[in-house]
Ligand binder design. Structure first.
Ligand SMILES: [Zn+2]
Length: 155
C-alpha cells in the first residue's frame, strides 16, 4: 500500500482488527520512509466472491441466481415481499462478513436453508428438496432431522 504522504510503496501493517461493523478489517499502517501513519479498511466485495462447488469447480457468485432460487421456494407462500428482500439482504451480508472471498456452495446452501426455516417451513422443505439433488444424501438427512415438527409439505 503506497504511503499517502511520501509515495513510498513499502509500508508496514502495525495492527489489524475487525472494524465495528464486522464486515471490514481496519489496518494501521506505518511508512518506514517518512514515519507517516495512516489507516486502511479492507472489505470483501461481493462481486469478487467465488463459489466453490461440491465438485471443486469455481464460479463467480451470482446474487440473481440466489434470489431466484429463494423466490421459487417462496412462491405462493404467505410471506411479505419486504420480508423476502430483507432475508436476501441478510444472507448477502452474512456472506460478505465471512471474511473470505472463497465460499463453499454448501455454506451458502446452509445459510439459505437456515434463513428459510425461520420464515416459512414449506419454503424450507421445497428448497431443501431441490438442494438435495446437488448434495450427498447424508447432508440432506441432516437438514431434514433439523426440521421442526409439525412438518406439512402439501398446501
Ligand atoms: Zn511515507
Amino acid at each position: 500500500m503506497r504511503c499517502p504522504f511520501c509515495g513510498n510503496i513499502d509500508t508496514q501493517v502495525k495492527d489489524s482488527r475487525p472494524a465495528e461493523d464486522h464486515v471490514s478489517i481496519r489496518r494501521r499502517r506505518l511508512c518506514p520512509a517518512c514515519g507517516g501513519r495512516f489507516t486502511t479498511y479492507e472489505r470483501v466485495q461481493l462481486r469478487d466472491l467465488v463459489v466453490i462447488k461440491t465438485n471443486g469447480r469455481r464460479e463467480d457468485f451470482d446474487r440473481t441466481k440466489l434470489e431466484r432460487s429463494i423466490r421459487i421456494a417462496l412462491q405462493k407462500r404467505p410471506v411479505e415481499p419486504e420480508r423476502i428482500d430483507q432475508m436476501i439482504s441478510g444472507i448477502v451480508r452474512r456472506l460478505e462478513s465471512l471474511g473470505d472471498t472463497d465460499v463453499a456452495s454448501k455454506v451458502i446452501g446452509e445459510i439459505v436453508m437456515e434463513s428459510l426455516a425461520r420464515i416459512d417451513t414449506v419454503a424450507y422443505v421445497r428448497f431443501a428438496s431441490v438442494y438435495k439433488n446437488f448434495q450427498e444424501a447424508d447432508d440432506f438427512d441432516r437438514f431434514v432431522a433439523e426440521l421442526r415438527p409439525p412438518l406439512k409439505v402439501d398446501e
